[in-house]
Design a binder for this molecule. Structure first.
Ligand SMILES: [Zn+2]
Length: 199
């Protein structure tokens, strides 16, 4: 698992090596070469909002995901605000799950307003993949549902404090995503929220 990494999902390419999982920019999906930094860790996947050619993009994901610097598949998932048909998204998401399973790398999931479909897709997929829902901001009821389904939750700078509290520490991750904040600031806000709850 990735829990020893402070920041499990960031778009900041210059994030400290080894302390963050850096999401590769979309440009790699259309074949633009990327220079990997020594010691840095990365993830690659097709965001449901990706505007380019998904077939070409998945081919790039498959090729890149084998590299040792790529420690997770994603972000990928389902987003009802995306102009891409939900069926196409589900199909592509299933391919990411199968790839993560094959490579035994965790999956970083983006999900907006499609929780039932997400759980359905996961139920139909091979088991044994560690699934992390990134930037989780949902309410406690949804958090419970996802935790019961075996998912991990990653909390960023914006989060529901009750959900953060009920998530067991061994299923909880932190991330900076596209905030540009240092991960220390995010971790600080989490620990303050946890402390407030206890008193
Ligand atoms: Zn992201």
């Amino acid at each position: 698992m990735l829990q020893h990494i402070a920041d499990i999902h960031t778009h900041r390419l210059e994030a400290p090596a080894g302390q963050a999982v850096i999401n590769l920019p979309d440009t790699v999906l259309s074949g633009v070469p990327f220079s990997f930094r020594a010691g840095a860790l990365y993830s690659v996947g097709i965001h449901p909002m990706y505007p380019g050619d998904w077939e070409q993009a998945f081919h790039a994901v498959e090729t890149l995901a084998h590299r040792p610097e790529i420690v997770a598949v994603g972000e990928c998932g389902l987003d009802k605000l995306s102009p891409v048909a939900l069926e196409t998204q589900q199909d592509c998401f299933s391919r990411h799950i199968a790839l993560a399973c094959q490579l035994q790398k965790p999956l970083i999931i983006h999900c907006v307003r499609a929780w039932d479909e997400l759980l359905q897709t996961l139920r139909r997929s091979p088991a044994g993949v560690t699934c992390i829902v990134h930037a989780f901001r949902g309410k406690p009821q949804l958090a419970q549902q996802l935790l019961r389904a075996g998912l991990y939750l990653s909390f960023g700078p914006r989060f529901n404090a009750d959900s953060l509290r009920l998530c067991p520490p061994d299923r909880r991750c932190a991330e900076t995503d596209d905030s540009g904040l240092p991960v220390e600031a995010v971790l600080q806000s989490h620990s303050e929220a946890l402390k407030r709850m206890q008193s």
